[in-house]
Design a protein around this ligand. Sequence first.
Ligand SMILES: O=C(O)CCC(=O)C(=O)O
Ligand SMILES: [Fe+2]
Length: 286
Amino acid sequence: MQEGFSKLNQTHLSTLKEEGILVLPDFISKQTIDLIKEETSPWLEKVGFNNRTSSLIMGNNQWIEHLGMCSLAALKFALDDQFINFLEDYFETSVTLGSFSLQRKIFPEEGIRLHREIGEGLNVFLYLTNPSEKTGVTEFVKKSHNTEIEESYVLKNKVDDAIYIDLEKSPFKSKPLFKPTGGKGTLVIFHRGIWHQLPKFQAPGRTVLIMQYFQKDSLAKDHLVRNSFLQSLSDRQRQVYLSNCSSSFSPSLVELGSDPGAMGVYNIAAWKKLAYFLRYKLVSKV
Ligand SMILES: O=C(O)CCC(=O)C(=O)O
Ligand SMILES: [Fe+2]
């Protein structure tokens, strides 16, 4: 793939390790971004409301949870050889693709308060739309990924999908918040332990690919993938993609599969999913 991956170097690696976040503006070519959009748009149009279909609505988000079913371009990006080399240098061992999805914001929202993800590894966002405060851009406390937080700061939450704290009462209160900038094709790689938040935003439309990468032997999502796509991958790419799949990996906002109760920690009621779907169909402007 003719992308910026060949330019990744030791400086990028050190930045990611030291700051907990690496932003690569306009890193992926317009052609690839357009191709990913073209391959995913039919899936976004054919939306379903429950957890059995390829594209679904949960709250303010539309998801394609298993991108390997619809976009070979996205798959080649996520498993790019040079990118995997970079990730292996970071983890100092082989890696596994923990999850591989697309998220589109279909409504404005209040945002997500300051939190860190549960568990080790890296999260990667590829922006298919311009990162902008109007459509929602994540803010990070640089270098906060190795900070121990006292239990007293941690907020009690209905859903245990991350660890949340109150920014105003936290040790990060006076620290600057860093926002990624760039155009379509901007790549943001961050340590799952870095403290970050999504501020309130006004307009729907933000579309991002969201990937998780873990070091080998960590449990990954039970990825669904089109067989013809698998044929075009190398053994190494298949290894990264499928070697540690587990249907018990959670939490995830959405799940696909044969288990009707598969909503992990979210446990969203069927009537609520239907309400989300109807709201999207009747009111959404995207
Ligand atoms: O959507 C975003 O910008 C951030 C989302 C996030 O941090 C999360 O879901 O854990
Ligand atoms: Fe997060």
